[in-house]
Design a binder for this molecule. Structure first.
Ligand code: HEM
Length: 229
């Protein structure tokens, strides 16, 4: 039985514009982050290849987003990964981290310039310190779409990501992309993990800035009125 509301058009009319205060388990992840010493296990012709990499991840709050009655608070992110000893970005990923308070659901949308995109979904409590999201090839909700060559030669069957938020304010990801490499029987576990430290603050979302400006304007008007009274 569907738990969705009957009215699919009406939006919530008292949406809090302050995204940074409404991120549930994603709280504390907004900002600019760096990490060194990440580990990657990737497929190569002569077997698994391990490399050490650094990460730069920027996550900035978006304005609250509604699909009719559905409400998301979220972060727009861009991750850039550089292999130790190299200059070029060898993994570049962007998308959104979304939190739906009503259903205690976290969604990660991801796109990478290999010509691949996915949506991973998981459940989490608002104060969760760890949570897991999963995407599976063939699913129409938390699915994976790959370009024809990847689908032929490196077919992604599943993607899993575990997030852990640490007491010192840092957070880690540990993700595995399960690949069916052409000519290999067993699924290849393409694993990446790293722990991020904050190097820059988040910028408040536009609706939050506008709400602050409106509060200031009303406060100034109140002062003017009290002086004139
Ligand atoms: C920190 C994150 C990641 C790093 C550092 C990374 C790195 C790599 C590396 C080094 C390869 C080997 C092939 C090559 O050198 O081009 C590779 C292959 C691949 N990766 Fe990742 N990857 C990451 C995350 C992901 C994610 C999130 C996905 C998709 C959900 C993904 C999908 C693939 C696929 C499909 C291949 C096989 C294609 C090929 O070898 O040309 N990777 N990745």
């Amino acid at each position: 039985m569907s738990t969705f509301p009957k009215d699919i058009f009406s939006e919530n009319d008292d949406i809090d514009p302050y995204t940074l205060d409404n991120l549930g388990p994603l709280s504390g992840m907004a900002g600019v982050w760096r990490a060194y010493g990440g580990e990657d296990i990737a497929p190569k012709a002569d077997g698994p290849d391990k490399s050490i990499f650094s990460d730069r991840i920027e996550l900035q709050p978006t304005d609250p987003q509604s699909n009719g009655p559905q409400l998301f608070y979220g972060l727009r992110y861009h991750q850039q990964v550089i292999k130790r000893g190299e200059n070029g970005v060898f993994h570049d990923q962007n998308g959104y981290w979304l939190w739906e308070p009503a259903t205690e659901t976290v969604i990660l949308t991801l796109s990478i310039p290999r010509g691949q995109t996915a949506i991973a979904i998981g459940k989490a409590k608002p104060d969760a310190k760890t949570f897991q999201l999963v995407a599976k090839r063939g699913e129409t909700v938390n699915g994976i779409c790959s370009n024809p060559f990847l689908e032929h030669a490196f077919r992604t069957e599943e993607f899993r990501i575990d997030i852990t938020k640490h007491d010192d304010g840092s957070w880690s990801y540990d993700q595995t992309t399960f690949l069916k490499v052409l000519g290999q029987e067993a699924l290849f576990e393409h694993r990446d993990h790293n722990r991020l430290k904050r190097v820059g603050k988040a910028k408040p979302n536009r609706a939050a800035l506008k709400a602050d400006a409106e509060k200031k304007r009303l406060a100034n008007n109140a002062i003017k009125e009290s002086v004139l009274a």
